[in-house]
Design a protein around this ligand. Structure first.
Ligand code: PHE
Length: 342
């Protein structure tokens, strides 16, 4: 019996030395360690021994069994790749590629602008995209039936707001937050409002139903066009990293008086004239103006004491100019190849 055990132990340990994969290991387990395996077979013989022998041989059998089980576990760990220092690592295999997301160019530029404006003491505010007709139009001096409503057709929602007085619309501009901000914070006030806006447009390379703007608003005593232009120039320096040549033209928006359009010298042809600037040498960058007294009053601000400026930066357009993106549809069409470039 003793010899049988020793022989079996040797046989098993030899066998285990050569095991390199799971299939062979499984075969081994069935052949030697299962209920009907060779080890069980030998151990069955124990019951035929007399008491004194049984004690001695039983102890030996236990030791052999333990040793075999330990070795078996060790080999199993190595084969399944979990063994401590004996773990088999093929260092020549190529590594797994780590998939990294990227930041939308809109977010990149928005973050830059937020940093710039907060450094000049502006707050960054938010407002609802589904807005009441009141804040989007009425409160910025575009009453019902005013022809200026035609400039910004949008999507009207088939539900009124909670006091049932005004329709809900997808906001057409971030100017909708002007009066909200005045009502909440009063004067003096400095804020920018980045966000998505919506228009009912025929879509092509330069028109989208959804795009991004950034509104700027400053209210205080004696705020003038000079202040507006100074802030605009600072902004342009922040965006283009150099002094930009600008031109100011009159522009009409019901919520500013006077209203202006700020143009920059074309970044592509430097003012000589090219297709990008329709041969004018100038690129329309953003509209702005001094806040109309009526809008200040809607915001609960005394228009005799305070004045202010506002501008409406086309964030999407700015990003297109900065990165040379020639089709606005790239922003919303969900093609990851576009986003992966940034
Ligand atoms: N809200 C205007 C638009 O979207 C832009 C604008 C903002 C003009 C502020 C003047 C002042 O067209």
């Amino acid at each position: 019996m003793k010899d049988k055990l020793e022989k079996l132990k040797k046989e098993i340990l030899d066998y285990l030395k050569d095991v390199k994969d799971n299939d062979v290991l499984r075969e081994f387990e069935i052949k030697y360690l299962s209920r009907k395996g060779k080890l069980a077979e030998v151990l069955k013989g124990l019951k035929n021994l007399d008491a004194s022998e049984r004690k001695e041989i039983g102890q030996l059998a236990n030791e052999v069994k333990k040793e075999i089980q330990n070795k078996f576990q060790e080999v199993k760990n190595i084969v399944s790749g979990e063994g401590g220092q004996d773990k088999i690592i093929d260092v020549t295999l190529p590594g797994k590629k780590i998939k990294k997301g990227s930041i939308s160019p809109l977010t990149i530029v928005q973050n830059e602008l937020e940093d710039l404006f907060t450094s000049m003491g502006f707050m960054v505010l938010d407002g609802p995209e589904l807005e009441s007709d009141y804040y989007n139009f009425e409160a910025v001096n575009i009453p019902k039936n005013h022809p200026a409503r035609d400039m910004q057709d949008t999507f009207y929602i088939d539900k009124k707001n909670k006091d049932d007085e005004y329709d809900l619309v997808m906001r057409t501009h971030t100017s909708s937050v002007q009066v909200r901000a005045m009502q909440k914070y009063g004067a003096p006030l400095r804020c920018v409002v980045p966000g998505r806006v919506f228009r009912c447009e025929a879509i092509d390379a330069s028109h989208e139903h959804t795009f991004d703007q950034m509104e700027g608003l400053m209210v205080g005593e004696n705020i003038s066009l000079d202040n507006l232009i100074a802030v605009m120039k600072e902004l342009l320096k922040g965006i283009f990293h150099k002094e930009m040549e600008v031109r100011v033209r009159p522009g009409y928006f019901p919520f500013v008086e006077p209203g202006i359009e700020l143009d920059i010298k074309c970044t592509l042809c430097e003012g000589k004239g090219c297709p990008a600037c329709k041969n004018s040498g100038w690129l329309e960058l953003f509209p702005a103006g001094l806040v109309h007294p009526k809008v200040l009053e809607y915001g609960g601000i005394d228009s005799k004491k305070y004045s202010g400026f506002a501008f409406g930066l086309g964030l999407t357009r700015l990003v297109m100019m900065k990165y040379g993106i020639n089709d606005i549809r790239a922003f919303n069409n969900g093609d990851l190849r576009f986003l992966k470039q940034f």
